[in-house]
Design a binder for this molecule. Structure first.
Ligand code: UDP
Length: 342
């Protein structure tokens, strides 16, 4: 089985932008947890394109076989279907990329304990492993959700957050906050070379590979609804905002955070700072898909952050990175991919 043309083209773009790191990647052994997920599978593909060796770990709760099955059978790729909270690895890997966690709000609310376990027990387990074998870098996938319903927009890394400990999102938000603290403490106490990416809303091919489930993130859910001529379900009055980063920009940022020298112990926002309301997003998707679907307004979930937009000066300065794909271009590619899958 091969990767479809849309993803192949985007992978070539990411590869071109990471050529300066090719010698660090080629031949090294990478452990990618959550490797069958949306971001994790793109990471595996980029590593593969540079002839790295990859151990992909996924318990398949939200990961999808279809994201990685094209790598099965290759000598440089192995898959372990296991939970990160009780995983044992014997190989001496060079890099750990710890992505494993359910990220869809309705899905992590359905699996609160699994979400906490992946973040807290899973992160501790992976940190202990990394400490034992002395990795070159431990990259942790954190989230904009550590800021909760942020009161400072655009939100810098120094913002302490506004999170409801007992809210419906807390297993994810507080789980990621605890995981960051674990990473940071292993760095302080054991000098483990951790790096933390605070990932803002990202979209593109493979987001919600299981497209017809109720757990879709907003971009793919709206595209799917528009293409199926179903109403676009805007929550609340749609004035809440998000800032959407296209997958190629996100993956390039993550690799740079992992590989640029002298960033151990650092926390960096990775995202796009082009802010849009959810109602505007719905209208834009209707236009780009030429859909006649209506917009139906439904109740706003509790603790849904009102605005989200990253401050990305630190990433621009430290990584010499900035997002390049605007929302319209990224949506076009995502729509094309979803149409090709259905
Ligand atoms: N949203 C919406 N309709 C949907 C799904 C999501 O209006 O069918 C809104 C949701 O309330 C939130 C935004 O879209 O304000 C982004 O939701 P998503 O689940 O993609 O991720 P979040 O950024 O909330 O983690």
């Amino acid at each position: 089985m091969s990767i479809d043309a849309i993803i192949r083209k985007d992978l070539d773009i990411i590869r071109d932008n990471l050529l300066e790191f090719k010698d660090k990647i080629r031949g090294s052994l990478f452990l990618v947890t959550g490797g069958a997920g949306f971001l994790g599978s793109w990471i595996c593909d980029v590593l593969n394109s540079f002839d790295a060796n990859i151990i992909c770990v996924d318990n398949m709760i939200s990961g999808s076989e279809s994201n990685i099955s094209h790598l099965y059978g290759q000598e440089n790729f192995s898959i372990i279907k296991n939970d990160v909270s009780n995983l044992t690895i014997s190989e001496n890997v060079d890099y750990v990329i710890h992505m494993a966690c359910i990220a869809s709000p309705p899905m992590y609310q359905k699996h609160p304990i699994e979400t906490l376990n992946a973040n807290i027990l899973g992160t501790k387990n992976m940190l202990d492993f990394a400490k034992r074998i002395k990795v070159k870098t431990f990259l942790f996938a954190s989230t904009s959700e550590v800021y909760g319903d942020a009161k400072i927009i655009p939100t810098p890394e120094s913002y302490c957050g506004n999170v409801n400990l007992f809210g419906p999102r807390s297993v994810y938000d507080e789980g990621k906050r605890a995981a960051e603290l674990y990473c940071y403490s292993y760095h302080k106490q054991f000098h483990l070379p951790i790096r933390i990416a605070r990932i803002f809303n990202t979209y593109g091919p493979r987001l919600d590979a299981k497209l017809n489930t109720q757990y879709g993130r907003v971009v793919t859910k709206f595209i799917y609804q528009a293409l199926k001529h179903r109403p676009l379900t805007v929550y609340g009055d749609g004035t809440q905002t998000r800032s959407f980063c296209y997958i190629t920009d996100q993956i390039e940022g993550l690799f740079k955070l992992m590989l640029v020298p002298e960033l151990d112990g650092k926390v960096i926002n990775i995202g796009n700072d082009e802010e849009i309301t959810i109602l505007e997003l719905a209208k834009l998707i209707l236009k780009l898909t030429n859909s006649k679907s209506e917009i139906s307004f439904e109740s706003l979930p509790e603790n849904d952050p009102k605005r989200r937009k990253p401050k990305i000066n630190k990433a621009k300065r430290s990584l010499r990175w900035k997002p390049k794909i605007d929302l319209k271009t990224g949506l076009h590619k995502t729509i094309e991919w979803i149409m090709s899958e259905n």
